[in-house]
Ligand binder design. Structure first.
Ligand code: CS2
Ligand code: MN
Length: 362
């Protein structure tokens, strides 16, 4: 298991590599080239420079989060082939700098979203929260504008400017296609890309839909165990994997996360894990809470144990953190609470490993 942190290059992060290096147990970062427009090839020179910067700070870079998928691929338009070709070229470049895991998502139109990026709790900390009724009262564009206006000047991952312009038309388009068609579009992408992933020794790791339920008539598919089984049946290539994001999958009350972690990790389908906790206030309302089990509804210990028992040997990162100690940073991606989360996760892993060894009498 390798514990990593997400980091954004090019002065687009309040957190420095030097600070990350000082967090106990962290071996490297998950990163990206946020300025390359979605659908274009990631230039090799920029990737080499990025790697050099990270290595110089004493950290590894083996995970990319994310190379986002052009909307035409998700829509299944004839123009998708050119974007898939670009995606494969990007993968070739990533393999040249030693990337082993590529996180991406197949969420239509927009990435994760919350109704509030800055909700204060009684202890003074700020969390991101989701209230379903509030979201239903907004239209997608209003929601996007609200999200971006609260991002503190940082780019929001998955909320690229060029996507927003076409948002209304995109939402309408997806309302006109069936969920079955969406699966077909996903399979088309996987069938072309996965043989290359295997050749380049890159594990693809799809991120679940966040939140994991239908909204605005958009197709949401990476949401529960049954749909994940469908996803893996689309293409059995060993490079076809999942980013097991507890905060995303865990928002759905019916998802039994330790059981899901066990099932998919035992099949070798989990190269990457995002660990965070959520506190549910109603079936579809939640706050993103501090990482330890006691602060939320997810049993982080049981999830880690399930991964450990299943021989998990991939990358783990603490996911979104709260904003504490007066920190100003990109929503969800400050230093302090993610560092606390990382230390907690590191401790859980050490305890599980040592207890097992003791039980086995090693
Ligand atoms: C988010 C996403 O929940 C999360 O991890 O920060 O931006 C996530 O990185 C992407 O959806 C992965 O493609
Ligand atoms: Mn996540």
């Amino acid at each position: 298991m390798k514990l990593i942190l997400r980091w954004f290059p090019g002065e687009d992060d309040s957190v420095t590599l030097q600070q990350i290096k000082q967090i106990p147990g962290i071996s490297g970062v998950a990163t990206c080239l946020p300025k390359v427009p979605v659908g274009e090839v990631w230039p090799l020179e920029q990737l080499i420079a990025l790697k050099e910067e990270i290595i110089a700070a004493g950290l590894e870079v083996e995970v990319i989060e994310s190379v986002n998928i052009h909307e035409d691929i998700k829509k299944g338009l004839p123009t998708r082939d050119q974007y898939i070709e670009n995606y494969i070229k990007t993968m070739a470049h990533l393999s040249m700098i030693g990337i082993k895991c590529l996180c991406y998502n197949f969420m239509p139109v927009f990435d994760w979203f919350r109704s509030d990026l800055h909700r204060q709790l009684p202890d003074g900390s700020f969390v991101m929260s989701y209230r379903h009724e509030e979201v239903l009262r907004m239209n997608p564009l209003k929601m996007a504008t609200a999200m971006l206006s609260k991002s503190g000047g940082y780019s929001l991952p998955g909320w690229e400017e060029e996507r927003l312009a076409a948002m209304a038309a995109d939402v309408e388009y997806y309302q006109s296609i069936t969920i079955d068609q969406y699966w077909v579009n996903m399979k088309y992408f996987l069938d072309v890309v996965l043989p290359y992933a295997e050749k380049y020794q890159i594990k693809m790791a799809i991120h679940p839909d966040d939140p994991p339920w239908p909204l605005f008539g958009l197709p949401k598919v990476i949401t529960n165990a049954q749909n994940l089984r469908t996803f893996f049946s689309l293409n059995k290539n060993p490079s076809n994997g999942l980013t097991f994001c507890t905060g995303s999958l865990g928002a759905n009350l019916e998802n039994d996360l330790p059981a899901m972690a066990r099932e998919f990790a035992a099949q070798g389908r989990v190269p990457f894990v995002h660990l965070r906790n959520i506190k549910r206030l109603a079936p579809q309302d939640f706050d993103e809470s501090a990482h330890p089990t006691v602060y939320g509804d997810l049993d982080l210990f049981a999830i880690m144990k399930a991964l450990h028992d299943s021989g998990f040997n991939g990358y783990i990162r603490p996911d979104h953190g709260r904003m504490i100690w007066g920190e100003k940073a990109r929503p969800g991606y400050g230093l302090y609470d993610r560092a606390l989360g990382a230390t907690y996760l590191y401790g859980l892993w050490e305890a599980i490993t040592k207890l097992k060894k003791a039980e086995e009498g090693v």
